[in-house]
Design a binder for this molecule. Structure first.
Ligand SMILES: Cc1cc2nc3c(=O)[nH]c(=O)nc-3n(C[C@H](O)[C@H](O)[C@H](O)COP(=O)(O)OP(=O)(O)OC[C@H]3O[C@@H](n4cnc5c(N)ncnc54)[C@H](O)[C@@H]3O)c2cc1C
Length: 408
């Protein structure tokens, strides 16, 4: 007999859902993803889950739990496992320009395809019918990868296609947010086909997923209605590149990246991302990020320049790929120190260090928290010190308490 899909309801109600789509892929007859009113993609029950489906969802869902990534050559308290840290860019100028930072991620995908190491790439592109939204795409050529380059700050559910691809004979590179890749790694522990079909798992640093309503507000600020949007580019076309809206009547309007992300999109990040232990792609073979230059106060400078990506090879397989892509002349890479990485990514540093305090604050306010195992949160909190941890704890408890009192 089937069970009511209460694991889905509970995860969504507790604001733990990341929107990855794994549950709907594992139980398509019982769970469907939909765009909720708040502008996030969420699962909903459409049928009864079996006991075994519930067990699998519980084991794979990255919103409910995340566990330690595979060991690597070094394990840094803040940055996690890594084999090599470098910065670099695509040697293909068009990819470098189109990418969010240095196009290194897209270049890696093109090189993997052109050297027949994978048959396809699962990643995210603009939705064909709703240009502010995302859709999953399977790219097989350079031009398809190029079309999907650059970050899209809106919800996406890339794990939705995994179950179907497991039924094929192909080998794919998977690109997803750190939580998507964590979910795929959990899945690999449950089903040996995952590692065969997805020999390469790539991710990027992630400050969180904004609601799709955020993009609509960006368009609104530019005086464009949703129905008038023909093309919506969040960034890219330079570093960081402009946020650009093209309308059906051929006009293009734009906004600086620091305005769209900083003022409009980042305040709309989903709650689950605010208690995320892994904005740095801990489970990926390679994690990419912006190699920002920072000013004297440690804030990233967003002046336009040629793009540069952080390239953080975590696994032995990731290290081999970076080295071979560099040797083949596809990728430029130069060493980057941990101190330089820390200076480039002040937001991620603060978030990792404060997370234990934030989780304690949420617990204090009586709300469930994700189960994190082996993600180095105590080591990060030690770096923050007692005062910063307590401040994060009390600040979170207060915010949660006020929000729930307001809603009740
Ligand atoms: C929601 C979000 C938050 C981010 N936060 C940070 C941050 O805090 N710090 C930081 O340094 N970098 C962040 N990034 C990553 C950064 O913007 C670049 O992706 C990264 O620097 C790699 O750049 P690149 O030029 O090498 O990648 P590109 O060559 O531009 O390749 C990007 C790849 O990511 C895929 N992609 C785009 N949007 C999504 C999405 N929503 N979900 C899954 N895949 C997607 C594309 O399909 C493409 O394959 C974030 C990206 C996203 C999508």
């Amino acid at each position: 007999m089937g069970l009511h899909p209460s694991i889905i309801d509970k995860t969504v109600a507790a604001e733990l859902c990341t929107g990855c789509g794994a549950c709907a892929a594992l139980a398509p007859d019982a769970v469907q993803m939909h765009l909720a009113e708040d502008g996030f993609i969420r699962p909903r029950g459409i049928g009864a889950l079996s006991r075994s489906q519930t067990g699998l969802i519980d084991a794979i869902c990255p919103g409910r739990a995340q566990s330690a990534p595979a060991p690597a050559r070094h394990d840094h308290p803040l940055w996690g496992p890594y084999a090599q840290i470098s910065q670099g860019w695509a040697k293909d100028d068009e990819l470098r320009n189109a990418g969010a930072s240095g196009g290194a991620l897209s270049q890696m995908l093109v090189w993997l395809l052109e050297t027949d190491q994978v048959d396809g790439v699962v990643h995210i592109a603009a939705h064909a019918d709703a240009p502010m939204a995302n859709q999953i795409t399977l790219s097989q050529t350079r031009s398809e990868v190029l079309d999907a380059a650059a970050s899209r700050y809106a919800p996406s559910s890339p794990l939705l296609v995994v179950a179907k691809l497991l039924e094929t004979e192909g080998r794919y590179a998977f690109v997803g947010k750190p939580c998507d890749v964590a979910g795929l790694r959990h899945w690999a522990k449950q089903d040996p086909r995952v590692s065969q079909r997805f020999p390469v798992m790539l991710s990027f640093f992630c400050a969180g997923v904004p609601s799709l309503n955020g993009a609509e507000q960006v368009a609104g600020h530019l005086g464009v209605k949703r129905s008038d949007v023909k093309r919506f580019k969040y960034r890219g076309g330079g570093w960081p590149g402009l946020t650009e809206v093209e309308t059906h009547d051929g006009q293009t309007r734009s906004m600086q990246y620091h305005e769209s992300w900083g003022d409009i999109l980042s305040p709309q990040v989903q709650h689950r991302c605010r208690i995320c232990a892994d904005g740095i792609g801990l489970a990926a073979d390679i994690a990419f990020a912006d190699a920002w230059e920072t000013d004297a106060r440690g804030y990233p400078r967003f002046t336009e320049q040629d793009g540069r990506s952080v390239i953080l090879a975590r696994s032995a397989a990731g290290l081999r790929l970076v080295r071979e892509a560099v040797r083949a002349g596809a990728l430029h890479s130069e060493p980057l120190s941990i101190d330089a990485l820390e200076a480039m990514q002040p937001g991620q540093v603060r978030r990792r260090r404060e997370l234990l305090g934030r989780l304690a604050g949420r617990s204090l306010a009586g709300l469930p928290i994700p189960k994190y195992r082996g993600l180095g949160l105590w080591a990060c909190a030690r770096q923050a010190g007692v005062r910063q941890t307590l401040r994060a704890m009390l600040g979170t408890a207060r915010r949660v308490f006020l929000k729930h009192r307001w809603q009740s």
